[in-house]
Design a protein around this ligand. Sequence first.
Ligand SMILES: Cc1cc2nc3c(=O)[nH]c(=O)nc-3n(C[C@H](O)[C@H](O)[C@H](O)COP(=O)(O)O)c2cc1C
Length: 169
Amino acid sequence: MEFEKVIRERSSTRRFSEKKLEREKLEKILEAGRIAPTAKNTQDFKIYIIESEDAIRKLDKTHPCRYGAPTSLLVCADDAAGFASDEGHKSGVIDASIVATHMLLEATNLSVDNIWTWAWGNQELADIFGLPETIEPVCVLPLGYRSEEDKGSKMHDQRKDISELVEYL
Ligand SMILES: Cc1cc2nc3c(=O)[nH]c(=O)nc-3n(C[C@H](O)[C@H](O)[C@H](O)COP(=O)(O)O)c2cc1C
C-alpha cells in the first residue's frame, strides 16, 4: 500500500470478527516493531502475544478493550534497559509507543484491522501475566478483521485544523 494511503486508512476497530490473524502477517507486524527507532538504540521494550485461550481470558479480566480480537499485542516498556536523560526522563514509554505505532501502520498496510488501547499504569495486567518488575505495560493492540457489525471509528474524521496544531517559531 502507498504510505499516504496507509496513514489515512488506519482507523480504530472496536468490533472484530472471529477470523484468525495469519501467522505470516503477525510476523511482519512484529518485524515492523523490531526495526522501530528507540532512544540510544536501547530497544527497551517487550511485546507479548495474547492468542491462547488462557492468555485471552487473563486479558479480558484486566483490560476492557479487546473488542473480540483473536490476537492482541501487549506492548511494554522495559525500565531496566531504558535510557534516562540528564534530567532523569526515561525513554521506555516513548520507545514502546513508537514501536506500537510502527506495528499499527504495518497492520494497516497488510489490511489487518487494529486499534491502540490504553494499558499504561495497568498494574493488574502486569500482575495477571506475572511480568517482571521492570516491565511496564504501555498499550494493548488488538489485531484481526473488522466484524460486519463494526460501526467504524466515529472520531476518525474529527481532527483539528493544521493551523491549530502547528506553529512556525
Ligand atoms: C494513547 C492512546 C490510547 C487509546 N486508548 C484507547 C482505549 O483504551 N480504548 C479505545 O477504545 N480506544 C483507545 N484509543 C483510540 C482513540 O480513541 C482513537 O485513536 C481516536 O479516537 C482517533 O480515532 P482513529 O484511531 O479511528 O483515527 C487510544 C488511542 C491512543 C493513541
